[in-house]
Structure formats: structure tokens, C-alpha cells
Design a protein around this ligand. Structure first.
Ligand SMILES: [Zn+2]
Length: 408
């Protein structure tokens, strides 16, 4: 089956994850797609395909005879779609021979506009797949799933020689808990790729170092008529502290490898205030400096307003996988060779976020991320082309071929 036809089947299955759920996976509906994939994998010949209690699909394809000594690699994509926009009853529009102009999205009144998505004219002549304006599309990451499934089908069907291959489809990536229950031993591969990025040909092995810093401020509330030199307003200390941060180091002023402080929330009253920051930087030294800066500002405030007025708690979220991937350069070399083999130029770029692969890399499975070909994820403007799905799938096949050439 063509990769994009698989994609159209998968997007119809509602798999939104849920932020405030205590269950694993966060929504039971993710099992629907997981069970379908396990069934299809078995049909293809990956006989051990199974869904476990956590909603993770694992399957293995043994090496072709004579290729047992090749590196055991794997591919991973995620089942869920972004929880904050509807992924239910997805009804895609399929526009063959797209003319490169604005696209009305069903009868929703929304329009996919060239002025907002300037790459659209470059897709002229392709089969464009959009939403009908009422849901997201789910290219993130059902395109990745379809590309992996189609690649496996072709590898088996065309008897392309390969080393041992592992596949996993995992739930809850969008809420950051997709890898919590990932079993490295059961997966079995020594190296893997997540297929969950943007442009086909994109190879990402750098992501942010990320922590969440919570600053807690204690004020002193008194009757305002008798407050002189006594009342301490926690909210004003919070504002004062925030003003001391570099004003241009925010998400809306930075790009590429520039880090930032992002004020996620601020709330409080006179007696108490809380500021929560997302702190991000690719460079581990600059990242630590950012955390130190926040701690130093808290110390300054305590110097001004008294010990224990301000305290800070820092929670690590994820780290930059770059040093781990750089220790396995073959991961990037084979991926780049595969991208060139399909006629594209490898686009190696840093991610301004985290990936499941970053978490897996620190668990012991080095895991860069590959582009799936979609655009404008997480909302009604999401779109992709049948051609880019096919190309991204072909890149996976070429990675398998490249690793099959010789042992590591
Ligand atoms: Zn994704």
C-alpha cells in the first residue's frame, strides 16, 4: 500500500492524548491505533508484534540470512496527537495536482493561505492533504507511522537485505511521557531514529537542555493604612525580579541556537507570588549560566527584602542529546547518505524543543529525529503532501540499505 494511503487510514483513528489523565496511556483510544498497527505488522510478517499494557507497540524483523552481523537499528513514531486541538473525526481534503494557491478548508471559513505559508507554491503539482478546518490533521506523527509501516512492507516485499530491525509506536509523546515505560531490552535495537520531525531530509540530533524553574515569593500583608516600611508585596518583588532578566532572551526574540527564559505563568497576591519559567539552551554551559542567573536574582531579592523571601526550585526536563549522538557518528552518516540517495540535500538543524529521541538517548538508545514531511502541526492548518510522505518513507528504506552494506 502506498505510504500516503496508510496515512489516510491512520488519521481517521482518534488518538489525542490527555494532559490531566492519570492513566497510562493517557487516553485509552490510543490503543485503537496500537492494535491496528500490531495486526498490520503481523500480517506483514513481523510475527511478534504486540501491544503492551502501556499502549506501546513493539515488533521485530530478524536480519536477512547472512546479514546477522549488521547493526541492529530501529524506528520509532508516536501514536497520539496534540491534546489541545480536536483530533476526532478527522476528515482530510485531498487535492490532487495542487495549483499552489490558497486552499479553503471545507466549510469552516478557514483558509490555508500562501501569505502565511509561503512554501505552498513550491508544492504545486503534488497531492496536497489538508484538514477540513475543524480538526488537526495528525501528520504529527501519523505520517511517521505510515512512513515506517510502508518502508517495512517494501523491505519485506522487495526482499531488500537488512540487518535486524526493531519498530516501536509509543503513546503520549505530546504530553512528554511517551518514553516513561519504554523497555530498551524489549525493543532490542542498539540505535534508532524517531520519525517525528518536519521536512523530508531533515536530520535533528541537537535539542534544547530544558528545565522548569519555579520562583516562590513570600510577602507581608498588612492594612494599607498602617503599611509604611512594613508591607512587602510579593507580586511587586516578582515584577522587579523579572525586570532584571535580559528582555530579548525570550522565545519571541530568539531562533536557531539562541536560548531563552520563558515566563510560563505568574500568579499571586500581596502575601505570595509564584513565577514559573521554562529555561532553554542548546549549550550546556550557557544553560547552567541561565539557571545560575535565576538563582543569583533570587539571592539579590533576599538581600533586599530579607532572607527566605524568595526561593527557587529547578526541575530538569530533558537534555541535549548531541554529545550522545556525536559518539555514534554513523547514525548521522547513514541518514545523510539515505537523504542523498533519494535526491535531497540533508538538512541538519537543531531542534528548538525536545524529542522522545532525546530522552531515549539518555536512557541508552542513541536516537536522532528524522523529518516526516508535514507543516503547521497541532492545529487546523496542518498539511502534508502524498509525495513527501513517500519520500520520507523511501529515506527509511535507504537507511536500512546503508546499514546493510557492512557491519559497523
Ligand atoms: Zn510529534
Amino acid at each position: 500500500m502506498q505510504a500516503y494511503k496508510r496515512f489516510l487510514n491512520y488519521v481517521k483513528i482518534w488518538t489525542s492524548s490527555e494532559r490531566s489523565s492519570a492513566s497510562v496511556p493517557s487516553s485509552l483510544r490510543q490503543f485503537d491505533l496500537a492494535h491496528l498497527l500490531a495486526f498490520e505488522l503481523k500480517q506483514m510478517g513481523l510475527f511478534d508484534a504486540q501491544v503492551n499494557n502501556y499502549g506501546i507497540v513493539y515488533a521485530h524483523l530478524p536480519a536477512s540470512p547472512g546479514y546477522e552481523d549488521r547493526a541492529h537499528i530501529g524506528f520509532i513514531a508516536h501514536l497520539d496527537t496534540f491534546p489541545d486541538f480536536s483530533g476526532k473525526d478527522v476528515s482530510p481534503q485531498i487535492i490532487e495536482n495542487y495549483d499552489g494557491s490558497d486552499v479553503p478548508l471545507g466549510s469552516s471559513g478557514l483558509v490555508l493561505k500562501v501569505s502565511e505559508h509561503p512554501h505552498l507554491p513550491g508544492l504545486r503539482g503534488d497531492t496536497l492533504i489538508t484538514t477540513d478546518g475543524t480538526t488537526l490533521l495528525g501528520a504529527d506523527d501519523k505520517a511517521g507511522i505510515a512512513e515506517i509501516m510502508a518502508a517495512l512492507e517494501r523491505i519485506i516485499g522487495a526482499q531488500i537485505p537488512h540487518g535486524a530491525l526493531s519498530v516501536a509506536f509509543i503513546p503520549d509523546e505530546e504530553i512528554g511521557s511517551g518514553t516513561d515505560h519504554f523497555d530498551l531490552e524489549r525493543f532490542g535495537a542498539a540505535f534508532a531514529y524517531t520519525v517525528d520531525g518536519w521536512d523530508p531530509g531533515e536530520i535533528v540530533y541537537e535539542n534544547f537542555n530544558a528545565s522548569e524553574a519555579t520562583i516562590h515569593i513570600r510577602g507581608k500583608n498588612l492594612h494599607t493604612g498602617r503599611a509604611k516600611n512594613k508591607l512587602v508585596n510579593a507580586q511587586l518583588i516578582g515584577m522587579e525580579l523579572h525586570q532584571l532578566l535580559p528582555p530579548l532572551e525570550t522565545p519571541s526574540h530568539t531562533e536557531g541556537r539562541e536560548g531563552f527564559y520563558h515566563l510560563l505563568s505568574s500568579h499571586g497576591n500581596v502575601a505570595e507570588a509564584v513565577l514559573v519559567y521554562a529555561v532553554r539552551d542548546h549549550d550546556p554551559i550557557l544553560f547552567q549560566k541561565r539557571l545560575d542567573t535565576l538563582s543569583e536574582l533570587c539571592r539579590q531579592m533576599n538581600g533586599r527584602y530579607g532572607e527566605h523571601t524568595v526561593s527557587i526550585t529547578i526541575k530538569e526536563e530533558y537534555r541535549n542529546m548531541r554529545p550522545i549522538i556525536e559518539a555514534c557518528p554513523h547514525l548521522i552518516e547513514h541518514a545523510a547518505a539515505a537523504v542523498r540517495a533519494v535526491g535531497l540535500t540533508p538538512k541538519i538543524c537543531p531542534s528548538r524543543g525536545g524529542t522522545d529521541g532525546a530522552r531515549l538517548s539518555f536512557k541508552g538508545l542513541p536516537c536522532p529525529n528524522l523529518g516526516v514531511g508535514g507543516y503547521a502541526y497541532h492545529g487546523p492548518m496542518e498539511h502534508i503532501t502524498a509525495e513527501s510522505i513517500e519520500t520520507a518513507s523511501q529515506i527509511l528504506i535507504e537507511i536500512v540499505r546503508s546499514y546493510a552494506k557492512k557491519p559497523l
